[in-house]
Ligand binder design. Sequence first.
Ligand code: ADP
Length: 306
Amino acid sequence: MKIAILSRNAKLYSTTRLVEAAQARGHEVRVLDVLRCYMNITSHNPSIHYRGEDLVGFDAVIPRIGASVTFYGTAVLRQFEMMNVMPLNESVGISRSRDKLRSIQLLARKGIGLPVTGFANNPDDIEDLISQVGGAPLVIKLLQGTQGIGVVLAETHNAAESVIQAFMGLNANIMVQEFIKEANGSDIRCFVVGDKVVAAMRRQAAKGEFRSNLHRGGSASLIRLTPEERSTAVRAAKIMGLNVCGVDMLRSNHGPVIMEVNSSPGLRGIEETSGKDIADLIIQFIEKRFETMEMTKDKTRTRGKG
Ligand code: ADP
């Protein structure tokens, strides 16, 4: 197969590993800087250009689109979809997952366990918002935040009130969430490929910190998932419409609760912790999916009307 990887930097661990895995399985692979792709949007002959070259002949595309380039990146990916190149994750799924609020609304609709979450716009509603999620301590999250930045633990009612007021005053979109204290600063990353959790790790926050992001100094270790956690992760991936993703959850007193579904999950932490060749599993998944999709002309599933 001829595979394109959309990534800003060919030297990133995840990108390098995907290139190695694709080549090891005999594929031709090319890393494309998504911001250098430009396109011609015509009905009959959509095309993508790259530094003056017309990109043709790709069978599949692996989007590794960072949060800061979601808008442009998903536009480029859509163009690949228009050209009938099979995406590992579809643009629609990626756009959905980048909106934290939209994601949890979709998951809630299908009965997935979530921390109790509130969303409001007017400072007059703050009191009620706080009591809706069970009062302080509570977690306040900037909808635009990633890697734990913009996630605040407000330990008292007064702190919660003033932080929410401050964010609202800056016109920042935030959601307010029940604090899952019993998680003890650890969360679980489930790495989903297709309809399976292929690896999982527990991330423990550094001392004195409640956010377990590895970027925030958290440490990773192997974990054995319960059947409920496993099936929750797979269902969440399905609901978001993502074939490959990282599903982050907390162990709460009321079962697993999902915090986020990440459409470009990093490979380093999970490969090092699990000792598994996740990149190879992803390429194998692409091969199988491509085989079944070859029979149908249209290589994306999402349908719009009108
Ligand atoms: P980001 O997308 O920025 O990583 P998350 O929503 O994943 O933001 O939150 C970052 C970290 O903060 C999580 O990995 C988890 O350890 C902790 N955390 C987030 N929400 C809660 C919560 N409701 N209760 C307890 N801890 C939380």
